[in-house]
Write a protein that binds this ligand. Structure first.
Ligand code: GDP
Length: 218
């Protein structure tokens, strides 16, 4: 069983997070601070600020989205590769939110035991966390919904959790018709989704708007 990474142990690596940065194209400065990497529920930080969870298959573009939302800051995180301890990473953002980076799912090569551990950790967080205000469910626009994504969506709905679908890597679909087809396929299982590209920055504003709205709802 892996250990939680204490803030002290992370300080050197997370040093880059503890600076203020300028988000691209705006005057806003956003400060992100690493809080902890939790391997078990007991290691989650105390409840408090509204939390925004980032969920998606491995390689969907989750860290690129986080970095882009935070204006290019590279967030500290351990490898999410199979075989490594799966951690939930908590970041304080601007003293207003907590961003929660959940381990990616869908590696073909993970064992049944690893997959069960992932499920247990994620469900402990998504099922019980009172501070959880919004989940961003990321889908690769080229691939659309896959079985595990649909399971997770149904699970969120069953537990009455608010979520927004983010269609990632939209710049990889070069023609307008390809993009429309990809987004329409995603739209078959979700009322609304935000098209996002970490390369062009498309969708950053809409995602921040969805995050800000969580404060109005409290
Ligand atoms: P994660 O495993 O979900 O955290 O995914 P990453 O953010 O590490 O991205 C996986 C790969 O997709 C990397 O090679 C990224 O450079 C690439 N990628 C992520 N987002 C985008 C995007 O919006 N556009 C393009 N073209 N590539 C992206």
């Amino acid at each position: 069983m892996g250990q939680a990474l204490s803030p002290a142990a992370h300080r050197a690596r997370a040093g880059a997070d503890e600076r203020t940065c300028l988000t691209s194209g705006s005057e806003l400065t956003i400060e992100a601070r690493y809080i902890i990497g939790a391997a078990r529920q007991e290691q989650f930080p105390p409840e408090g600020l509204p939390e925004v969870a980032f969920l998606g298959r491995s390689n969907v573009g989750k860290s690129s989205l986080l970095n882009r939302l935070l204006g290019g800051q590279r967030l500290a995180r351990t490898s999410g590769r199979p075989g490594c301890t799966q951690l939930i990473h908590f970041y304080g953002v601007d003293g207003r939110f907590c961003f929660v980076d959940l381990p990616g799912y869908g590696y073909a090569e993970v064992s049944r035991e690893q997959s069960a551990k992932w499920k247990e950790l994620i469900e402990a967080y998504l099922g019980k966390r009172r501070s959880l205000a919004l989940s961003l469910l990321l889908l690769d626009t080229r691939r659309g919904w896959m079985e595990k994504d649909l399971e997770l969506k149904q699970w969120l709905e069953f537990h009455g959790r608010r979520y927004v679908v983010v269609a990632t890597k939209v710049d990889k679909l070069k023609s307008q018709s390809e993009r429309q087809r990809g987004l329409a396929a995603i739209g078959r299982h979700s009322e609304e989704s935000i098209a996002f590209s970490a390369v062009t920055g498309q969708g950053v504003r809409e995602i921040w708007q969805a995050i800000w709205k969580t404060q109005d709802k409290r």
